[in-house]
Design a protein around this ligand. Structure first.
Ligand SMILES: C[S@@+](CC[C@H](N)C(=O)[O-])C[C@H]1O[C@@H](n2cnc3c(N)ncnc32)[C@H](O)[C@@H]1O
Length: 579
């Protein structure tokens, strides 16, 4: 049983080092439910427990008992001829003494059965000797803080309310169903539309005033919705309000060429596709979205999701009408902008800290009375806190991505988003991107508030924007948990999020020739993919593309297709010249 505490403490260390979410840390264990519970509770009582451990001085006085490590020095063999070979135990990752004490102390003080380990396990024996003094520290703290019970020392209560305020958001997937079909299903199943901001009944739902086709349900309706045929048939997509902002703001016209630079799992990509298909389209083509994803596992998820919701470009023979998304496993930073001369719109939703996602349980790492996430005080070798270090790295990567996007020759609009609450990943990135060489050279600026969901009240952080009012006004921030107090689901509540919309002003007029070439290219491309999705080779990149991933075709088949495609292109060019 000691093993349970050692494993849990190791996972707690990973969470506290910001390496993964609480859920992800627990999911690595066979008894994930039990580990999740001890992680949540140790984190929730962390500040109270740390206070008690400090006061009792157990950490200092009994340090050796809680530092689990292999025998310090390799032993010299009995015959004195050399050292033992490294044992298996030398590879074991040991938890920090702080994490081990937290999980043990939690069970000692808050579980009626106490620490569930052998009676002779030294950490258990030792900590039990301190039980009275630890408990008395907690009682004193409780009195000092004016709480009526020790359990009220649990932090995160405010955040738990926040979670409760978040409705279950669903987006009507217009690639699979009409608004009427979805509303008919809801009426048949006794759901009714309300106009109030707060949802009180499980069968109430409301429509977002910011994004069309986005409906808010009571969280308690989730299991009913998940079981419904409507969900199984992909008429609806479970997608948070804030996560629907980027595609809605990008708003690509029908029959254009769009890039989603960082796509998996693909909710924003399929939203983009649905928007393009919903527009009047005088052209015989359906446009194209190149959806890039660099991670192999996430790429598979992307393919699966896009196919399910009807966004993926499929062979006409597949029986269902194909979408307009070509998914490619590819690092966006390796793309050559000039290979995409017709791309006019781009979505950029890169990896971020995820600190805005309310139900990731990250809030458990913070205290109610701490405004900024300053709990991680551990430092790197350079003296920078680990959080600051991580944010700096993310920020640099995000800037790189935007600056790369700015290089695409015909690009007119880029929507950048994160689900982070940190200015370093949001306003700071935007300000630096605007100040970049690429932005100045190509005339990139921010779209005004009127084009970036003006009805959304919370805009950028003015202080971080260094007095640039227009920058702060142009961008959108979503505060985790959103509007309202208490725990009623509120239609203005969503995850913490940030969106900025860059538009190009400088070269656009003078770039007509490029745009013309681009337009012609997009038509060619659409004809190619429209005829046969297997023809979707990305000649030069050498990376896996959709056709390879779906059909599993080998190199020969790919080469044949390429030859066929080249022949057809040649024939088309000749025909065009003769006309
Ligand atoms: C925040 S998620 C995107 C979520 C997605 N937009 C959605 O709404 O479903 C970021 C994704 O970008 C991928 N990614 C990060 N850097 C990338 C790069 N340089 N090129 C392509 N994909 C990248 C990550 O693997 C991750 O899947």
């Amino acid at each position: 049983m000691a093993d349970f505490y050692i494993r849990s403490a190791r996972s707690l260390d990973r969470v506290l080092r910001d390496e993964c979410s609480v859920k992800a840390a627990a999911s690595e264990h066979a008894d994930s439910g039990r580990v999740l519970a001890i992680l949540i509770n140790s984190l929730a009582y962390r500040s109270a427990l740390m206070h008690a451990l400090d006061e009792s001085k157990v950490m200092k006085l009994e340090e050796k008992v809680f530092v689990l490590a292999p025998p310090s020095k390799s032993k010299v063999k009995a015959n004195g001829k050399g050292k033992d070979p490294p044992t298996k135990s030398s590879k074991i990752e040991y938890p920090s003494k702080q994490a081990l004490l937290l999980v043990l102390c939690h069970d000692l003080l808050f579980q009626s059965r106490g620490i569930q380990a052998s009676k002779t396990w030294p950490p258990k024996v030792t900590l039990e000797r301190y039980r009275a003094s630890l408990h008395s520290s907690l009682v004193k703290l409780q009195i000092r803080q004016g709480k009526s019970r020790i359990q009220d020392l649990r932090s995160g209560a405010l955040y738990q309310e926040m979670t409760a305020r978040m409705p279950r958001w669903i987006r009507i997937n217009s690639l699979r169903a009409t608004r009427e079909e979805v509303f008919d299903w809801l009426t048949e199943n006794k759901f009714h539309l309300v106009t109030e901001r707060e949802l009180t009944g499980v069968k109430e739902f409301a429509e977002s005033e910011h994004v069309p086709g986005l409906l808010a349900f009571h969280p308690k309706a989730t299991s009913l919705l998940l079981k419904s045929g409507m969900y199984r048939e992909n008429w609806i997509v479970m997608q948070d309000l804030a996560s629907c902002f980027p595609a809605y703001i990008l708003d690509p016209p029908a029959a254009t060429h769009v890039i989603d630079a960082t796509s998996a799992p693909g909710n924003k990509t399929s939203h983009l596709s649905a928007i393009m298909f919903s527009k009047p389209n005088p052209k015989p083509t359906k446009g194209r979205i190149d959806a890039f994803e660099r991670d192999a596992v996430r790429f598979k998820t992307l393919l699966k999701r896009l196919a399910a919701v009807g966004a993926l470009q499929t062979k006409p023979l597949a029986g269902i009408a194909g979408g307009n998304v070509i998914a490619q496993r590819k690092d966006f930073l390796t793309t050559q902008p000039h290979d995409f001369p017709d791309v006019t719109h781009m979505l950029l939703d890169p990896s971020c800290s995820g600190s805005g996602i309310v139900n990731r349980l990250d809030f458990l790492k913070e205290d109610d009375d701490v405004e900024n996430d300053t709990t991680d005080t551990t430092t790197t070798d350079s003296g920078e806190s680990k959080l600051a270090h991580r944010l700096r790295q993310l920020s640099e990567f995000q800037q790189l991505m935007i600056r790369h996007a700015f290089k695409f020759p015909a690009l007119e609009k880029v929507v950048y988003s994160t689900c982070s609450i940190h200015a370093e990943e949001n306003e700071v990135v935007v300000m630096k991107a605007l100040d970049s060489e690429e932005a100045r050279e190509k005339g990139w600026t921010l779209a005004g508030r009127k084009d970036v969901i003006p009805s959304w009240k919370v805009r950028g952080d003015r202080k971080v924007c260094a007095g640039k009012e227009e920058v702060a006004e142009s961008v959108i921030r979503c505060i985790p948990g959103g509007e309202g107090d208490g725990d009623k689901p509120n239609v203005e509540s969503c995850n913490g999020f940030f969106v900025a919309c860059f538009v190009r002003t400088g070269e656009r007029g003078g770039n007509a020739a490029v745009v013309e070439v681009a337009k012609k290219r997009v038509l060619d491309v659409q004809e190619e993919v429209g005829d046969d999705a297997d023809d979707n080779d990305n000649d030069s990149d050498g990376e896996e593309d959709l056709s390879g991933a779906v059909s599993g075709s080998g190199n020969n088949a790919a080469a044949n297709r390429k030859k066929k495609l080249q022949k057809r292109r040649k024939k088309q060019r000749l025909q065009a010249q003769q006309e």
